[in-house]
Design a binder for this molecule. Structure first.
Ligand code: ARG
Length: 510
């Protein structure tokens, strides 16, 4: 099933003519190994001991008397993973150059050279023609160095009034914002799929469980609408995070701001940020927006994981409530009869990963004094992993759920077991004047009797039932049926099929 993904909400991507935002590792450059291969990533330090040349060829080389040790270079590089931010980095740099031109720090000609140069680099990256260099450490310095190599002097002016500290904070906020937009579309698609499934199974009676014991009958559609409420809250949580994420840090420079007459509101408007950060120290330092994103992702995955657990149980022959299509299952290499529900099992497993990503970010942040610390470079792998894992899990659920086959007879047979209408009998007695506690006790004794007889309440004769309360009459048998039980729950949010249909109608109207 094909999904429509939200276009980036800021103009610069469109101006630059890049394709829509793909965070999935689909483009060739994402397939490069995480461990940097020195043949594909030439390093500038030829000598592993470092050389003694005064002033090195690093962007910061003026202060340094020797080249970075190759071991340190490999240890501290981030380009192997942060090049994934190239679209955001180019968008941020383009807006920055336009702002510097707007305030007169760059000439119009310089600004244009930079903007065009960045667009050409973006096109090369997209086409897989860009050579990333480990020696240039990260995505920011790779792109800036390439810009200067291409356009000369003007390229060296791009970093005026900026630091990598506010640059990376900007890139990350753009990334998280786009990731949220993508996941919100997928979460909505899943909610829509659940609505259709709920409608299809609005009359299918199944057991509802508490303590994993049969509790009361519900309809399958009601269960699907419960899942839907969860995914809609997850979507709302992501969109709420977006509000706090969509604030421009650029202009904070390294930590204290900058001496140039920058116009931060100009940059914010160009990048589609709602507002400009209030405090430069905070803006370069905090990653709470990324933590919030991973927290929202973790909750979402916990929901998918709980659904997975149910699906796995329901598929097992002991339940037999549902069947997953063969194409969503795999077999065993030794047991010929096996058909395993791997997709929900993997979603349940991947939930642990996403919770791990959240944990990594929380622990990464907890000891950091203001302002930027290099620790923050470690924020990216967990952030990307959480995003990828949630997107993949949502996609597979959206594709799988419409193809779920529900065995209505098996569901009904299970609901008929386990005295699931015992509460209805108690309510029947209450309607006839018995206080609820006494009714509860009377029905409990009737159940205990039926257990010793090995039959259901509805299988007891009227005489037998009347031993537990003289208020019981022939009309009791209607109450003890599954359909009587579910359709009696006639209120907003209840499981009566008519109420499930009403909830579906309300959802469709929204
Ligand atoms: N790669 C770095 C990161 O992800 C960029 C910022 C580096 N800043 C610095 N002062 N070394 O955080």
């Amino acid at each position: 099933m094909r999904q429509q993904f939200a276009e980036p909400s800021y103009n610069i991507f469109r101006q630059l003519g890049f394709h829509s935002f793909h965070t999935r590792p689909s483009s060739p450059e994402f397939h490069l190994p995480m461990t940097v291969d020195s043949t594909s990533m030439p390093t500038h330090s030829a000598d592993s001991q470092g050389s003694n040349v005064a002033g090195t060829d690093k962007l910061w080389g003026g202060r340094f008397a020797e080249n970075t040790d190759t071991l340190v270079e490999a240890f501290s590089e981030s380009v192997s993973f942060d090049r994934r931010l190239w679209r955001q980095d180019i968008a941020g740099s383009t807006a920055h150059a336009q702002m510097l031109t707007h305030v007169g720090v760059l000439s119009v000609a310089e600004g244009q050279l930079i903007v065009d140069g960045l667009a050409a680099i973006g096109a090369d990256i997209e086409a897989g023609r860009f050579v990333w260099q480990q020696a240039l450490e990260d995505v920011h310095m790779n792109i800036e160095a390439q810009l200067t190599a291409r356009i000369g002097e003007a390229g060296k002016k791009l970093h005026t009034a900026r630091s990598r500290n506010d640059q990376v904070a900007t890139d990350l906020r753009l990334y998280v914002r786009d990731a949220i937009d993508e996941l919100a579309v997928l979460a909505q698609a899943l909610a829509d799929v659940l609505l259709d499934l709920a409608e299809r199974e609005a009359d299918t009676v199944m057991p509802g469980f508490t303590h994993m014991q049969i509790a009361q009958p519900v309809v399958f559609g009601h269960h699907m609408l419960a899942w839907r409420e969860q995914i809609l809250r997850d979507r709302a949580r992501l969109l709420d995070t977006r509000k706090r994420c969509n604030v421009l840090p650029l202009g904070s420079a390294a930590l204290a701001g900058t001496v140039y007459p920058i116009d931060r509101h100009f940059t914010a408007a160009a990048l589609g940020f709602d507002s400009v950060s209030e405090n430069s120290l905070d803006a370069v330092s905090d990653r709470d927006f990324a933590i919030e994103f991973c927290a929202a992702c973790s909750l979402l995955m916990i929901h998918l994981s709980r659904w997975s657990e149910e699906l796995i149980l329901w598929c097992s022959p002991m339940f037999g409530f549902v069947k997953l299509p063969d194409r969503f299952c795999t077999g065993s290499s030794i047991m010929p009869q096996k058909k395993n529900p791997d997709v929900p099992e993997l979603v349940r497993g991947k939930t642990g990963r996403v919770i791990g990503d959240l944990t990594a970010l929380l622990v990464l942040m907890k000891g950091q004094p203001l302002a930027y610390n290099r620790d923050n470079q470690e924020d990216k792998p967990p952030l990307f992993d959480a995003h990828d894992t949630v997107a993949a899990s949502l996609r597979v659920f959206v594709a799988m759920l419409p193809n779920l086959t529900v065995d209505a007879a098996a569901c009904r047979a299970a609901a008929a077991k386990g005295f699931s209408t015992a509460t209805d009998l108690a309510d029947y007695l209450v309607k006839r004047g018995l206080p609820f506690r006494d009714a509860h006790h009377a029905v409990g004794s009737a159940v205990a009797y039926a257990v010793t007889k090995g039959c259901d309440l509805a299988e007891l004769t009227l005489v037998e039932l009347q031993r537990f309360s003289p208020l019981i009459e022939d009309s009791v048998y209607a109450v003890l049926t599954l359909d009587g039980s579910v359709s009696a729950r006639q209120h907003w949010g209840g499981t009566a099929p008519a109420q499930v249909r009403a909830a579906i109608a309300r959802a469709r109207a929204r």
